[in-house]
Design a protein around this ligand. Structure first.
Ligand SMILES: [Zn+2]
Ligand SMILES: [Zn+2]
Ligand SMILES: [Zn+2]
Length: 472
């Protein structure tokens, strides 16, 4: 039976307004302002026909020129990746030290199940309790004392000072889940959304228990729910700020409360960044997995809808806000997740641990031999995946406006100096002023039919020059 969410029926009019695609003028204004405030000079976002939009060069670019650094609106590190990398929860820069990164990873690997380890991100928290019986992973095992002294930074590895990382800053709310590279990142995340989504004592959520259940459910099913929770929380926080400003203004001008729906107009304003993304309901746009038969498609889509409903019920219990009820409808929740499903980009940050071991490997003899004696046991214990990068998903407001081409003018590419979660777009060939900046959503070297099949999941058929030529 189809689940029904009472908020959907009660607020159907407001929900329809929130989900209406913005007009070309609204799109233009929003992105002009965003580009100016983020100082992303050199590009323009322009509306195209059929409610679409595209990014265009506002200056000439040479091959490999930086076209754009795009700061994410929201991002999450994959839960399974949290064992491998300790990163800032706001900018996704690696934090601590080479020693902490290695020691922490070895410790958490030793525990076995990643699920039990989420609150063990801090070096202060970690105690050797031997809570696991699943330690064997066919890796070279180190004595616990060496791992412990590495993690507590009592043991310094040779040359690690050449790879300094920012120190670990705790979350303002005192949870042991979010860590930061700086006070400014801790503060920015708190203001953006974390104050509502924190499980620490300073949390502004309704129920920390319910919040933990929501997070656990997302970790077990799909971490896209965490991204949606960030989107909703940030809209609530922005709404509150707008309301405070609005009330101050009213007082100043001695305006009596006029009857009307100004609360909704404030919510609409707070929702603006999310209104700009192309959306469909998640259960309608999610690609059918290979192992699901076409004849089971309807049942599969129903299951996905049910999953979203389960997640939403948990989120409501944790953070529902009476003045922002439309945000807690299944229709809005489904559309936010669908927007992430359609526009999300991989969040990748290279590991300084990899750089460290490469540096050691490049040392001249006989020094290398000496240093190897100290570092090799750690490298062996880490195993082949010693260089795992930070991985997650994020929503990038400008990059998500870039259209696809199988012969793109630009590419997402991180240079050595790009050490945080911002998206970096470089020109793949010279681009003229006024030309569209396109990227490839897929591996553009695949054969024509495979490309079109992959792009069908994004809901379009590619008509780029390469495709037109290859179609015939
Ligand atoms: Zn940071
Ligand atoms: Zn927190
Ligand atoms: Zn194409």
């Amino acid at each position: 039976m189809e689940v029904v969410c009472p908020i959907d029926a009660q607020f159907s009019e407001q929900i329809a307004v929130l989900l209406e695609p913005p007009s070309p003028l609204q799109v233009q204004e929003y992105f002009d302002e965003l580009i100016t405030s983020k100082q992303c000079n050199g590009i323009q976002v322009k509306p195209t026909n059929d409610y679409g939009k595209g990014v265009y060069a506002d200056m000439e670019f040479e091959e490999d020129d930086l076209v754009l650094k795009d700061q994410m609106l929201f991002g999450v590190q994959h839960s399974s990746n949290k064992i491998d990398c300790l990163v800032c929860s706001f900018c996704f820069r690696f934090i601590g030290s080479i020693e902490l990164q290695i020691g922490r990873k070895l410790y958490l690997q030793g525990l076995g199940s990643p699920k039990d380890c989420f609150d063990l991100a801090s070096k202060d928290q970690i105690e050797f309790q031997h809570c696991s019986s699943t330690t064997s992973r066919n890796r070279f095992q180190l004595p616990n004392e060496s791992i412990e002294s590495l993690m507590h930074e009592n043991l310094a590895l040779p040359y690690s000072k050449k790879f300094p990382l920012p120190s670990v800053i705790d979350c303002l709310g005192g949870c042991k889940e979010a860590y930061y590279c700086s006070k400014s990142c801790a503060h920015a995340d708190w203001e953006l959304c974390h104050s509502i989504l924190c499980t620490g004592d300073g949390s502004k959520s309704l129920s920390k228990k319910a919040l933990s259940r929501f997070i656990e459910h997302a970790n077990e099913t799909n971490d896209i729910f965490l991204l949606a929770a960030k989107a909703i929380s940030s809209t609530i926080l922005k709404y509150r700020k707008l309301k405070v400003a609005h009330n101050k203004e009213k007082e100043k001008n001695h305006i009596a409360e006029v009857l009307g729906n100004h609360n909704f107009s404030l919510l609409f304003k707070a929702w603006k960044p999310l209104s700009m993304g192309y959306k469909r309901r998640w259960w309608e746009c999610i690609a059918l997995p290979d192992d699901v038969d076409a004849c089971d498609e309807a049942a599969f889509r129903m299951q996905i809808r049910q999953l979203a409903f389960e997640s939403l019920e948990l989120l409501k219990e944790a953070i529902i806000n009476e003045e922002c009820l439309p945000l807690f409808s299944l229709e809005i929740y489904g559309h936010i997740i669908g927007m992430f499903e359609l526009n999300n980009l991989d969040l990748v940050v290279a590991s300084p641990v990899e750089d460290y071991f490469l540096y050691i490997d490049d040392l001249p003899e006989p020094e290398k031999k000496e240093v190897d004696e100290i570092t090799q046991p750690f490298l062996d214990a880490l195993g082949e995946d010693y260089s795992v990068c930070c991985q997650g998903t994020a929503f990038f407001p400008l990059q998500s406006c870039m259209n696809h081409s199988c012969c793109p003018t630009a590419k997402a590419f991180k240079r050595d100096e790009d050490r945080d979660g911002q998206a970096t777009i470089l020109a793949s060939r010279p681009i003229k002023k006024g030309e569209e900046i396109t990227i490839s959503y897929i591996d553009e070297d695949l054969p024509f039919n495979e490309r079109q099949a992959l792009l069908a999941d994004y809901g379009f058929r590619c008509k780029c020059l390469k495709c037109i030529q290859e179609e015939t």
